[in-house]
Design a protein around this ligand. Structure first.
Ligand SMILES: [Zn+2]
Length: 215
């Protein structure tokens, strides 16, 4: 349903913190975040922030879903380890988001998540010999017009939030169905398991660097 797809060579597939004290992050089981069990790790560095997300024209409500998804992931961190923003210039974006099949219906979300009304793919670019991505990350969202409007909206929001998790560097899936990064996202925001995992990722030294940016 929701998968991480291959680049030309490389196949890769809430709790709002709100803490005013410097308490230790919550501990719990984390799931793998490396590249296909190779031990290779990607995450954004502080110098890269905020990460620039661009959406193709005709994305409709997905623009808001991306903004909300970024807010949800940012809120998993105590110290601002990740931040994302929308940009209008695709040539200067770190992540390109496209919605296939036209604008999905823009209706209120509910708590009834269907699993088959949409799908998503995050593709990572090739990696240079110097362990650097050759271009931006790409997210594609697909939806099925045979489903009802609310089912489509619920699914597209959850899958968008899930794919944003991949763009943070969560390159695998959680085996736990309660986690947003399960292959079939049933929840609408990162779980405690997602939070523990993404915090661990952002305190792990990356072995893959992002692509060079245009000045
Ligand atoms: Zn996925």
């Amino acid at each position: 349903m929701c998968r991480v797809n291959a680049g030309a060579i490389l196949a890769i597939a809430a709790l709002a913190a709100g803490c005013e004290t410097a308490s230790a992050p919550e501990r719990g089981p984390a799931y793998p975040f490396d590249l296909q069990n190779t031990g290779r790790v990607f995450r954004w560095r502080p110098v890269d922030l905020p990460i620039r997300y661009w959406l193709a024209a005709g994305s409709g409500p997905v623009v808001g879903y991306v903004q909300e998804g970024l807010r949800l992931w940012e809120s998993q961190f105590l110290y601002g380890e990740f931040a994302g923003t929308l940009v209008t210039d695709s040539a200067r974006a770190d992540v390109l988001v496209m919605v296939n099949g036209g604008e999905p219906p823009d209706v209120p979300l509910t708590n009834d998540p269907p699993l088959d009304a949409c799908s998503g793919v995050t593709s990572f670019p090739d990696i240079t010999p110097a362990n650097r991505f050759t271009g931006p990350l790409r997210v594609a969202i697909n939806w099925n017009p045979l489903f009802g409007d609310a089912d489509i909206a619920n699914c597209v929001f959850r899958v968008t939030a899930h794919e944003i998790g991949h763009t943070l560097g969560l390159l695998g899936h959680s085996p736990n169905p309660a986690d947003l990064m399960n292959a079939l996202p049933r929840v609408a925001e990162p779980s405690s398991g997602d939070r523990v995992t993404v915090e661990m990722l952002y305190h792990t030294r990356p072995t893959i660097e992002p692509a060079e940016r245009l000045q």
